[in-house]
Write a protein that binds this ligand. Structure first.
Ligand code: SAM
Length: 285
């Protein structure tokens, strides 16, 4: 099968199957071989790896993954794409296509059954409408993972990678950085996709920490504090935490904790590091 990263080959496949794009599934197919090479290189896949691809589309990146990996499992929600994939991937015997919603798919079972419970790699050009639930689901369910290399909206990649004191810093930055080390590896303009998305895109690699960068007594409570702190960005941390409705903590208790941490009582959540949130969580818990 011809390389689908070349635009005319993608057009030929779309015509052959009279495929119509489904906006509700976030379908923007990659048509740029340089970008595909970048994603594959960044993911550092070897013949030992089991790769989970989320949303293979017509199989463009899947072909590249099959060349490099031991085994590829590609989960695609759109059943109209299943016959297309069996055609475009017919040259490979190391791929399984699953017609399912990734948010309902049992990834832990996949890791157990196909990789002896050892960490896998996730690679995807993600459907942007569910970027956060997919990434957070992977982290929070404790799926054994080495890395997640994904195309996301540029603005979301920036939010994942940035640190304290910037406008993009927030709950997503802290959650991602608690579990992984983020690195934006490429910025990708709309003309690399068919159809063109309305937003810019970026490839980001999240390499899972072997050990968490901070230790905290109650992880779930820390994330509640983080969520509360960023719900009303303009408010001081003290007001944000006592008014959020997510946790129940008095202003006096927050005051004491801030004092103990050597922080000013008018400090805003957006200036705190992950380490400081962990400390605050331990003091308020
Ligand atoms: N990987 C292809 C490429 O790079 O050309 C397609 C990427 S496209 C941005 C996103 C893909 O995810 C589409 O094929 C879409 O049908 C699929 N998708 C959308 N929602 C999904 C879900 N909940 N579970 C699995 N696949 C989904």
């Amino acid at each position: 099968m011809a390389n689908l990263g070349i635009p005319q080959n993608t057009i030929d496949v779309l015509n052959k199957y009279k495929f119509t794009f489904q906006k509700r599934f976030g379908q923007n197919f990659l048509i740029d071989t340089h970008v595909l090479d970048k994603i594959i290189d960044a993911s550092e896949i070897t013949k030992d790896d089991l790769v989970l691809e989320i949303g293979p589309g017509i199989g463009t990146m899947t072909q590249y993954l099959c060349e490099r990996a031991r085994k590829v499992v590609a989960v695609e929600i759109d059943k109209a794409l299943i016959p297309v994939l069996s055609d475009t991937l017919s040259a490979y015997d190391n791929v399984t296509v699953v017609n399912e919603d990734i948010l309902k798919y049992d990834i832990r079972a996949l890791v157990e059954n196909e990789n002896e419970g050892k960490p896998i790699k996730v690679v995807a050009n993600l459907p942007y409408y569910i970027t956060t639930p997919i990434i957070m689901g992977l982290f929070e369910e404790g799926v054994p993972l080495k890395s997640i290399t994904v195309m996301v909206q540029k603005e979301v990649a920036d939010r994942m990678q940035t640190g304290p004191g910037t406008k993009d810093y927030g709950a997503l930055s802290l959650a991602v950085q608690y579990y992984a080390k983020p690195l934006i590896v490429a910025n990708v303009p709309p003309n690399c996709f068919m159809p063109r998305p309305a937003v810019g895109s970026a490839v980001i690699k999240l390499s899972l920490h072997e050990e968490k960068p901070v230790s905290v007594k109650d992880e779930a409570f820390m994330f509640k504090i983080i969520k509360s702190s960023f719900m009303q960005r303009r408010k001081t941390l003290k007001n944000g935490l006592s008014n959020s409705g997510i946790i129940s903590v008095s202003k006096e208790k927050v005051d004491l904790a801030l004092k103990e941490m050597g922080l000013n009582e008018s400090v805003r959540g957006e200036t705190l590091t992950l380490e400081q949130f962990a400390k605050l969580s331990d003091l308020l818990g």
